[in-house]
Write a protein that binds this ligand. Structure first.
Ligand SMILES: [Zn+2]
Length: 138
């Protein structure tokens, strides 16, 4: 199921590392130096469409890259997968599923530019909300 115009279905010149079903590229554009993407070779848009082999291959590459990042490009690493079907594909939003690895350090550039107030977003979890959300799993 290859979609026309998908930049991740043919990133051949950008592949840094790969295994059977997944590959690593540098994000371009990127948020910070060392912003990697781990991408399944198969065009998949919904995370739950990944097969077990793809999940294993993806996380093998994620943890390989994470270990390389830590201590060299950052003190830590964020791993993120965004599923946002409500946003149309463009240069900053690609439908082909991918996992971001972003080097992080204490009060780094991303913290200063975008996450400085993030702790204000947290609210106490009450019993009603807890029950309602848990019901979704039935
Ligand atoms: Zn694709």
């Amino acid at each position: 199921m290859v979609k026309n115009g998908c930049p991740f279905c043919n990133p051949l010149t950008r592949i840094i590392k790969e295994n059977d079903t997944a590959q690593v590229i540098l994000s371009d554009p990127r948020k910070v130096p060392g912003h990697f993407l781990v991408v399944p070779k198969r065009h998949i848009e919904k995370p739950w469409q990944l097969k077990e082999k793809e999940i294993n291959d993806i996380f093998q590459l994620i943890f390989f890259i994470e270990k390389k990042i830590i201590g060299k490009l950052g003190e830590g690493c964020d791993i993120r997968q965004n599923y946002r079907p409500f946003i149309n594909q463009d240069a900053l939003k690609i439908d082909h599923i991918h996992f971001h690895l972003i080097p992080r350090s204490y009060k780094d550039y991303l913290y200063q530019k975008a996450e400085h107030y993030e702790t204000d977003l947290f609210a106490e979890l009450d019993d009603l909300e807890r029950e309602e959300v848990i019901k979704l799993l039935d």
